[in-house]
Design a protein around this ligand. Structure first.
Ligand code: AKG
Ligand code: MN
Length: 215
């Protein structure tokens, strides 16, 4: 695949390597088939410990526009959205997905997963990189999408002349981000309003906490 960003701005990104400069990414649109992705979505809505947090920006508290859940091995403590959390235990559906990831790439291990539940198109996530120090250098993040499809956008942190790249994350898809992706690129899930506003979507980012926060 060529590195031309416009190539990815359509809805149907093909399976394979996403050839962005200074990044290592792979996209698999049908990691789960339609029935399995739907049943996993439903299980996760009830199995995970969802809550809506708050974040302080410029001294003002804001409600985070999505629900979040943090699960993993005991001790895989993490700070996100301004909070520090001991993970909730793995659930059967999370364990099933983790095993499928490891079957896909036997060199990968994950000790935790962050769930984000976008209840509708009003829920979103702002520009950021997954570069928290708990993850260590060059983290591998495996991102699973279930429910409705949503766009993810990428922008280079330093090369401002590069176009923003949009990938439509299909329900049942896997996006792997590794190597220097987080060092060099930020990503966001933009809000989607209007006639084509999506319904619910759950995203799971499987991660490895290498340097847990001290309890
Ligand atoms: O919802 C997504 O696809 C992305 C989630 C994300 O970027 C994160 O959890 O850090
Ligand atoms: Mn992220």
């Amino acid at each position: 695949m060529s590195a031309t960003p416009e190539l990815f701005s359509c809805g149907d990104t093909p399976a394979g390597k996403i050839d962005l400069p200074d990044a290592k990414m792979e996209y698999i649109p049908s990691f789960f088939d339609v029935d399995r992705q739907q049943s996993l979505y439903e299980k996760l809505t009830s199995e995970l410990e969802w809550s809506q947090g708050q974040i302080k920006l410029y001294g003002k508290e804001h409600v985070i526009p999505r629900l979040e859940a943090w699960h993993g091995d005991p001790g895989a403590r993490y700070g996100y959205s301004g909070t520090e959390l001991e993970p909730c235990p793995w659930t059967p559906a999370l364990e099933e997905i983790r095993q499928q990831l490891i079957r896909h790439r036997s060199d990968l291990t994950f000790n935790s997963v962050l769930g984000n539940w976008y209840r509708d198109g009003e829920d979103a996530m702002g520009w950021h990189s997954d570069d928290e120090k708990e993850l260590g250098p060059q983290p591998c993040i495996a991102s699973i999408s279930l429910g409705c499809g949503r766009d993810i956008r990428f922008r280079h942190r330093f090369q401002k002349d590069l176009s923003t790249v949009k990938i439509h994350l299909e329900p049942g898809s896997l996006l792997l981000m590794e190597g220097t992706t987080q060092e060099n690129w930020q990503h966001e899930i933009p809000r989607r309003r209007g006639r084509n506003a999506p319904g619910g979507r759950i995203n799971l980012t499987f991660r490895t906490i290498r340097f847990p926060r001290s309890g």
